[in-house]
Write a protein that binds this ligand. Sequence first.
Ligand code: SF4
Length: 311
Amino acid sequence: MNVILASPRGFCAGVNMAIDALEKAIVLFGTPLYVYHEIVHNRPIVERFQKLGVVFIDHISEVPNGGTVLFSAHGVSPEIREASVARNLRAIDATCPLVTKVHMEAVKYAKDGFTIVLVGHEGHDEVIGTMGEAPTAMVLVEDVNDVNALTLPIDTKLAYLTQTTLSVDETRVIIAALKSKYPHIIGPSKDDICYATQNRQEAVRELVPNADVVIVLGSQNSSNSNRLAEIAKQNGKSAYLIDRAAEMDDAWFKPSDTVLITAGASAPEEHVQDCVDRLRDRFAATVETRTIREEHVQFPLPRELRVLTNR
Ligand code: SF4
């Protein structure tokens, strides 16, 4: 068996920052410490923090008055920020700066009188947060069918934005459909799909022809991880999205297979290495890393923590 480790894979700058922020906040403020939504969409990470006394909440009213709340990497709507102020909470904003950029674009377009078509997945934390910036000016589309069903008058002043973790290929098709239906629609100079999502998809797209089976480390609710598994399946390969090596089944593999392993932007590297160890153990696998692109992006800690940690 040959194992190809895709690179880049795993943690992006936004996830690194959010995890770092939560670890620092625990040291500075102790527990219980509340996080609005999952800090990142990854089960093992959420479980690790739960064991440390972090409480993940879906309603800001679950935080006691005066408590400390950290907003996850996916961002929150202004309504949640205002509710935190009203409850006198100490709020730490670990929103990824690339998500904040989309929020700011939404605010600007809405202020300039545009109706905004957001391309994204209904119910995703990031989409809820972004739509909250201009709820009366935004409409969500998930696919080309939704674009076809839009009934906005043809002369509506229109702009589009996208969720950061979408499929690059599908988004291109959806934006083309929007431009065909509403030729005057404007959008960001580049779509809003983030560098990490694009690079991980590019690596899988490039390496998947060499593979028989693809393993994606990531949680079922992780948008960018799901997109990696989809690319593998669209290329006719068996692909499995798993959180941990223990979920692997030896029946998925033949001893002569080439197995491509990658990881979504919120999946810890230790679980990738556990998978490699297991394939070495069971199938005497040899391992090579194939780097498609280098990444050197880093984000600073949230402002509320920088002032306390001098970082
Ligand atoms: S996947 Fe992209 S947008 Fe999401 S946290 Fe990572 S860098 Fe930020």
